[in-house]
Design a protein around this ligand. Structure first.
Ligand SMILES: [Zn+2]
Length: 231
């Protein structure tokens, strides 16, 4: 059972997109979890076994109480009925109140397909009469989509730890020779992620932020308590 569940295409996706929010929610006392759909077996560096082991190290750093890998085929991820049913079953068992999915458009097909599979699995999880469960809320991590976020989570206190969780993928971000020209080094990765987090943090008047989009309108109950300065 988790309160907040992030569903991602590849090990090391949540560490770049929504790891700060996962850390912040864990710090607030919520149970958090991650389901990675693929083990990254089409990646240039490392093996699926190594990446899954590294994702377990990263899970400890992110303080999630649950992480699993469904081992769907990577880079040719398809939205199949079998895949949706498998994921729906996991959602029923974990019973997340809120689910984080990748934004529904993007450069990498695995990412937008994960968004679609995740949404449909959440729907499917609530269909059957026995053991049905449907998450209450779906939010979309929009860090790699050039869209205005519905809201930004202040992750200033958690940025460094999120960065550490990404560096747990030593096969991907270590300075190995294999694929060295394809992969940026650690300093470059840190600069890039800091610049992105700084950009979104700036939108809400904090140092580092993570952007999210929701499809429903956000409700406001107290106009006097609205954060983020206008002038
Ligand atoms: Zn990815």
């Amino acid at each position: 059972m988790v309160d907040l569940l992030a569903i991602a295409a590849h090990p090391d996706d949540v560490e770049q997109t929504c790891g700060g929010a996962l850390l912040r929610m864990a710090e607030a006392g919520y149970r958090t979890g991650i389901i990675d759909l693929t083990a990254g077996d089409m990646g240039t560096r490392g093996t699926p076994e190594i990446r899954v082991a590294e994702s377990e190290d990263a899970a400890l750093i992110l303080r999630v109480s649950h992480r699993e890998n469904l081992h769907f085929p990577d880079a040719r991820l398809e939205n199949t009925l079998a895949g949706r049913i498998t994921l729906a079953q996991r959602i029923r068992e974990l019973r997340p109140h809120t689910v984080i999915l990748p934004y529904w458009e993007g450069r990498h097909p695995d990412h937008y397909r994960t968004s679609e599979i995740g949404y449909e699995a959440c729907f499917l999880a609530g269909l059957r009469k026995i053991d049905q469960y449907r998450p209450y809320k779906i939010v979309y991590s929009s860090i790699y989509a050039n869209v205005t976020p519905t809201f930004v989570v202040d992750i200033t206190q958690f940025f460094d730890r999120r960065m550490q969780s990404l560096l747990a993928y030593k096969s991907q971000y270590g300075s190995l020779d294999e694929g060295a020209t394809l992969f940026p080094d650690e300093a470059e990765i840190r600069d890039r992620l800091a610049a992105i987090a700084r950009f979104y943090g700036n939108l809400i008047g904090v140092k580092y932020g993570e952007p999210y989009v929701v499809k429903e309108t956000m409700r406001v109950d107290d106009l006097v308590a609205l954060p983020v300065r206008s002038i």
